[in-house]
Design a protein around this ligand. Sequence first.
Ligand SMILES: [Zn+2]
Length: 371
Amino acid sequence: MKGSIKLGTVFGIPIKLHFTLIFIVILVAWSIGANVLLLADMLGIEDPGITTGLQSYTIGLVLAVGLFVSVLIHEMAHSIVSIKNGIKVNEISLWLFGGVSALEEIPRDPNLEIKVSAVGPLSSLGIALFCFIGGMLTTHGILTFMLLYTSFINFFLAGFNLIPAFPMDGGRILRALLAKKYPYIKATKAAADVGKAFAVLLGIIGLFFNIFLILIAFFIYIAASQESQSVLFKEVLSRINVRNIMSEDVKTVSPDITIEEFIKIVIKLHHTGFPVVSSGKVVGIVTMSDSKKVPDDMIYTTKVGQVMEENIICVSPDDNVGDIWETMMKEQFGRFPVMDGDELVGIITRSDILHSFNVLSEVEKVREEEF
Ligand SMILES: [Zn+2]
């Protein structure tokens, strides 16, 4: 996530804080500090012995930080179970809406997805019980208040995350349960639909009660759509290889031609990017946007070799398109040269992949209607 700072590394996983977290910690600290006596009353503590003012705001700050430690433990639980089951965890980031564990891949085995997803809410429940018992045992008013408050927050975290909507854990558990019976795409779509319906409902409730809920509803709706779209994408694309959709008739350019000559080629051939080949070897890729960086009066003297992207990723005709798409998104490349050994045999572009996806999913729809 952009705008994050790295806090440290736990179990080999980088922990990152997003700047939006600062606002939420301040907001939570302030709202606890300002309502400390009311909150204590709600938790059934008659006289917590807290003075309003600096002391109550200090308690608010400690509890706000405690809230994010709770979220961090929740995320750590997801991550540790993932790592134990052979799934790499890239990072844990904490931000406005809580925490996100960035798993390298989402487990396809329903039982494993249930395990990885359920352990988060379970750990929140564990903290909640632990703090609840602690709060019951202590007689110190302030400590009782802090423990019971943290307990309440963790009960809430467990409950909120069990809501059956993506990206909440409950959404993943629902998908995994459905995936035991139905194909993965169908299960994801159904779980995403439940999530969207929930988001709409939450948005309507928010309209009447709390604006913040609308924001969360919006976030859930987008996440649900993205999840089902990306699963559909990956699933459909993983059925084909690069060979099936690459353009074999590759036009290449030499690094020694000028930008002016390159622009003429672009206009004539209607392609916006070309592999650059020098003495039979692919040395880079040059695109329209590379040429745009050259000032108008320099296009007669600047060579393609000076502006091309030399850092390129080549793929093999037998590579899976689903994997290629992921790399393309991650590295922000629009096209890959396809190499069979040392020989350039084709090119595959983002629009080739999008086009294939559209065609394949149309075919899928027609087939579904027939059966
Ligand atoms: Zn979770």
